[in-house]
Design a protein around this ligand. Sequence first.
Ligand code: 6PG
Length: 488
Amino acid sequence: MKKSDIGLIGLAVMGENLALNMERHGWQVSVYNRTVIGIEEGVVDRFITGRGKDKNFVGFTELKDFVQSLATPRKIMMMVRAGKPVDELTDQLLPLLSPNDILIDGGNSNFEDTERRIKYVESKGMRFIGSGVSGGEEGALNGASIMPGGSVSAWSEIKPILQSIAAKADDGTPCCDWIGAGGSGHFVKMIHNGIEYGDIQLICEAYALMKNLLHLSNETIATHFERWNEGKLKSYLVEITSHILRQKEADGTYLIDKILDTAGQKGTGKWSVINSMELGMPLNLIATAVFERNLSALLDLRREASDVFKRSPSGKQFDEQTMVDQIFHTLYASKIVSYAQGFNVLKQASEQFKWQLDAASIARMWRGGCIIRSAFLDNIASAFEKSPSLSNLLLDDFFHNEIDEALPYWKQLVATATMEEISIPAFSSALNYFYSLTTRRLPANLLQAQRDYFGAHTFERIDHERGQFFHENWTGHGGNTSSGTYNA
Ligand code: 6PG
């Protein structure tokens, strides 16, 4: 029997659709699903006789047979839940593999786990790829954004398969390219997800203003999002928002008004923030988005607090078009800030972990297939193509002009929303980041003085070279001993 080009393990939503996508592109695919009696019994059979019927698939319920069915060097894509299942599966597979075989983890794994797995699998003579795959069910079937990193020599061998199943940007480029060594593929996917959290929060704030301040109907709000989707805010998330707002129940009422306002999360946003802190890079907007999900989940506390503190808006009427324009510019400028922060984290990680990430290539890969796909990723790609070492996206000429244009609307909207007591944490976080970033002298001089006053933590002086540290005897009775000057 002809050996398969690739094997896929895990026939849940993403795995099943990726397998179908591979087969459609001419690859013979072996599929395996761990069979747990009573829970996942018959998954492989169901697939082979269902969506996989009369197609170029070979199904297995024995791991050994599955491995034997693959052409060498074997390529095995694991689409199982992140965490322990990946380690368990890797341990079951390794004794069955031959040198140079390639394991690909396509789940949302933590990049540090991926780093550890690469070392482990390479120490056994095989290769390991940690690949972000974005696009949900639809992307998996019809073209995802795929971000592979890990054992470098494996790239040329998996490239034809992965690029064939990737989405294609408008210019035809596959939304899949080599990210870099180590856990870089999963790190980039993690930041993609963090940015996704930010984009979603920003859209929610735009919705809240149109609903709670302008008192617009779901239909009208949907129309505004639809219109925005034709301009520079064109993006998948803006597009689906207008569909969501129009979705009706059987009785003609809007579904959106019945959905409980409490958000879930699977962890990649939180990891983005934890890692940004480890790298010492501000990721304010995404952090705000994660904390807002946390706050939304504290439903009982919010209900109690909203009974205790009553809102007192001014009762003013706001002109719809004027305010919708302000929201549009604010959403756009805040999104620019969010991506500027996200790309700065990528830059820092690249330097720290020696990944040599190509920011322009990453932006290009996110133009199609993934959840954050949007028109303005083209502008981001151009900015980094023009200047690969750009220190912050806001300093690029194009984005500089965009921010200048948006600023009058942005600050007016943040002021109005604040006075009208509408919560817009991400819009105002973005504005404050912009103000801090562009402030030549921040009040951190006072901060350093306080640290030195209470803990002899020392400070640098504007009238001395950087790197010289001073301690003041602030009270006259403190000692002259200062503490170390290390930074965590
Ligand atoms: C993607 C998504 C996906 C993510 C879900 C849910 O790129 O296709 O990012 O990987 O798991 O969107 O994420 P949360 O449950 O954390 O919101």
